[in-house]
Design a protein around this ligand. Structure first.
Ligand SMILES: *Cc1c(COP(=O)(O)O)cnc(C)c1O
Length: 393
């Protein structure tokens, strides 16, 4: 867990007024003393003090040199992709976030950038996929929604040897658990919509680079394209980050309890959680992160969309919604929701089964959450029995 004292005190007190909370500079422009002579800001697309505070905080948290705040996680991903040019190749994790898949294949392939998807849980697959055309390796770890773990340090070595950039989508772990730049990655991106914001009340994205020069390039792209985060939403993310270590600690504890419960349940086929000893890359997760996060996925023995639908409409505390990382527990059915844009065979091949259900374990009492899942299993089993009975009539 990252140092909460250091984090809380990295959030500055306002020098001008002593305000303990970071001021929201709700302005579009800044008065200049004479042309080009200003107090560090000229126009709020280029820079805003509230946004700059957030950018400094995330840069420190991720142990990078430059932080850049965007209007969404996808806008952050988009800015990184704009480092590439036509003819370049990307090697990406196969179990990639659905929105990233859509952006890579349906927007960037049109501009002559091709993507190869590989199972990066085995670094050798990445090694075999890179060529001299590869300019970017893109991984998520843990992945969404099957919680696959890739070895960041091993893949960073492959990127270095091939002189290409390694970008890690660190949304699921958050910097409270994992700091990819310290393991050799060049860029980290976040959907700050999730754990960093932490309260399901905003959409935001962040980029952090290890090197200042690369950070300047992405800042240039942001200023040129314009996908900035607003001052108010920057303030909300700062407010969320203040409690990040505390929240993440509890998310991890709750998720571990739920994963262990699911593992013993007769209606459950597979449970995906890096904190389980039988997880494929449990050792790698334990080596590179300080905890296993708040997302748990599982499949049903009755591996059908119908059974999953029946389950996800039967819970009370777990609300059916896309997104994750907030105070309230959520659940979703990726095949019909977040991963709908990925063709069925591709989705299944990446391990997203028809009945796969993803839980974003919130901050309620773990025993209440377990009881909620328990009653949902009972509901679906009595519904199934009814169907069998009415079919046999
Ligand atoms: C949500 C998410 C994104 C996209 O972020 P938005 O803020 O929704 O644009 C990217 N990567 C992962 C892993 C996510 O969960």
């Amino acid at each position: 867990m990252s140092n909460a004292t250091a984090l809380i005190h990295s959030i500055p007190v306002d020098e001008l007024t002593g305000a303990l909370s970071v001021p929201i500079y709700q302005t579009s422009t800044f008065v200049q003393d004479s042309p080009g002579v200003n107090k560090g800001y000229d126009y709020a697309r280029t820079g805003n003090p509230t946004r700059a505070t957030l950018e400094n905080i995330i840069a420190k948290l991720e142990k990078g040199s430059t932080g850049i705040a965007f209007g969404s996680g996808l806008a952050a991903i988009d800015a990184v992709l704009k480092l590439l040019r036509s003819g370049d190749e990307i090697v990406a994790v196969d179990d990639i976030y659905g929105g990233a898949f859509r952006l890579f294949t349906h927007v960037y392939e049109k501009f002559g950038i091709s993507v190869q998807y590989v199972d990066s849980t085995n670094a050798e697959n990445v090694f075999n996929a890179v060529s001299e055309k590869t300019k970017l390796i893109w991984i998520e770890t843990p992945t969404n929604p099957t919680l696959k773990i890739s070895d960041i340090a091993a893949i960073a070595k492959i990127a270095k040897a091939n002189r290409c950039l390694l970008c890690v989508d660190n949304t699921f772990a958050s910097p409270a658990l994992q700091q990819p730049l310290t393991l050799g990655a060049d860029i980290v991106i976040h959907s700050a919509t999730k754990y960093l914001g932490g309260h399901s009340d905003l959409i935001a994205g962040l980029v952090v680079t290890k090197e200042k020069e690369l950070g300047e390039k992405i800042k240039f792209i942001q200023n040129a394209s314009g996908a900035i985060l607003s001052p108010f939403d920057s303030w909300l993310v700062i407010r969320g980050i203040e409690t990040l270590p505390l929240r993440v600690k509890q998310h991890c504890l709750n998720a571990q309890v739920i994963a262990e419960f699911l593992q013993t349940h007769p209606a459950v086929d597979n449970v995906f959680y890096p904190g389980l000893k039988n997880h494929h890359n449990h050792d790698v997760a334990a080596k590179q992160s300080k905890g296993f996060g708040g997302i748990v996925s599982f499949t049903l023995k009755n591996d059908t969309e119908a059974a999953a639908t029946s389950f996800v409409i039967s819970t009370q505390y777990f609300k059916l919604a896309e997104s994750l990382g907030g105070v309230k527990s959520l659940l979703c059915h990726p095949a019909q929701m977040t991963h709908k844009s990925i063709p069925q065979e591709k989705r299944r091949a990446a391990g997203v089964a028809d009945s796969l259900i993803r839980l974003s374990v919130g901050l309620e009492e773990a025993e209440d959450l377990v009881a909620d899942l328990e009653q949902a299993f009972e509901k679906i089993s009595s519904r199934e029995k009814e169907i069998v009975r009415s079919n046999s009539l």
